[in-house]
Design a protein around this ligand. Structure first.
Ligand code: ZN
Length: 338
């Protein structure tokens, strides 16, 4: 166990977690999850995919500890009015993977919890595995050390490495080729060819939807079940110029507002990348809150356009999760920063 985790264990035992919770009761806690694992996705990307059993353990702990879940609108009101009690949490789930509706929603419903799902919509309207993720997964999964792609993509060597730093270069080259030169059917065709060359079953990846997002109908079902669908840009990207940012938000809203029948005002920065220079534009776009990927609790003085969240993952020990939710980790970080 790391020194930090040992410290957390002692703090929990000596009721410092309970005390921290009381000291931070006017603060808002937001948790962040991404996709869930059907088979080996959590081994491929432990920060992106979590086993449902781990997620259920977290939800069980929140339930037993007396937490209730809020929407972003409710939390903004309670925070501004000073009416939080320390027993509220906002559960956010980024991207909109198919595994959210298939694996996580039943667990949330069993607990009587709600959640905000930030949905990036390009792959909600194109029902294919996420191209970049599929290529990375295929290279992770293959047991082949070399792959021939010079007949598929110009300018490649006869044989390219699949693993290590050289493999990383091959992956980046394929992704860049797909994302800059090909259209969507072209990218699907390329991913299929690469899968064949790597002795892997592309059809399994397509039909299992392990690397796919929800469809419009699946997002609509979650919205009807009172899960809060919110913005995450259309192409999972916030470009540097304001016209392109407006287009990302407009395209994202066009899909999600049609599905939900509601106007949407909460954004999650894609890949957690943000800068205060975006704020005037986001305010003009009527964005009420925007969440980052930085850990911490939210006080009434935190800018609503840079709300921190705790990113949970497959490899996060339960004690770290509890330290973050209780507020102990937040207070410790503040103390150490002084
Ligand atoms: Zn995302």
């Amino acid at each position: 166990m790391s020194i930090k985790n040992s410290l957390y264990a002692v703090a929990k035992q000596t009721k410092l977690f309970t005390l921290s919770n009381r000291l931070t009761k006017q603060h808002l806690r937001i948790l962040c999850f991404h996709g869930f694992s059907f088979t080996d996705e959590h081994l491929f990307r432990p920060k992106l995919f979590q086993r449902p059993t781990v997620f259920e353990q977290r939800m069980q702990w929140l339930k037993q500890s007396g937490f209730r879940t809020l929407t972003l609108d409710e939390s903004l009101t309670l925070l501004q009015q000073g009416h939080l009690t320390g027993n509220e949490v906002v559960i956010t789930i980024d991207d909109g993977f198919y595994s959210v509706s298939a694996l996580a929603i039943p667990i949330l419903q069993k607990m009587g919890f709600t959640a905000t799902i930030y949905v990036t919509t390009y792959y909600v309207t194109h029902h294919n595995p996420i191209f970049r993720l599929a290529i990375q997964y295929l290279f992770w999964k293959t047991s082949r050390e070399l792959v021939q792609i010079d007949d598929i993509i110009d300018g490649q060597h006869a044989m390219e490495a699949t693993k290590g730093l050289e493999g990383e270069k091959t992956i980046q080259h394929i992704i860049a080729h797909g994302e800059t030169i090909l259209d969507e059917p072209g990218r699907v065709g390329l991913a299929r060819k690469i899968a064949n060359r790597l002795d892997l079953d592309f059809d399994e990846l397509v039909t299992s939807r392990r690397l796919s997002l929800m469809t419009e109908d699946e997002v609509a079902t979650l919205s009807q079940q009172n899960f809060d669908i919110q913005l995450h840009t259309h192409r999972h990207h916030l470009p540097p110029d304001s016209t392109a940012v407006r287009r990302e938000l407009a395209d994202n809203r066009a899909v999600l507002q049609t599905i939900t029948g509601r106007s949407l005002h909460h954004l999650c920065y894609p890949s957690g990348e943000w800068t205060p220079t975006l704020w005037p534009l986001l305010e003009k776009e009527d964005i009420h809150t925007a969440t980052t990927c930085e850990p911490g609790l939210i006080s009434p003085h935190t800018s609503p356009l840079a709300w921190p969240r705790f990113l949970d993952s497959e490899t996060t020990p339960q004690i770290v999760f509890e330290a973050e939710v209780s507020g102990f980790a937040h207070l410790l970080r503040k103390m150490l920063a002084r």
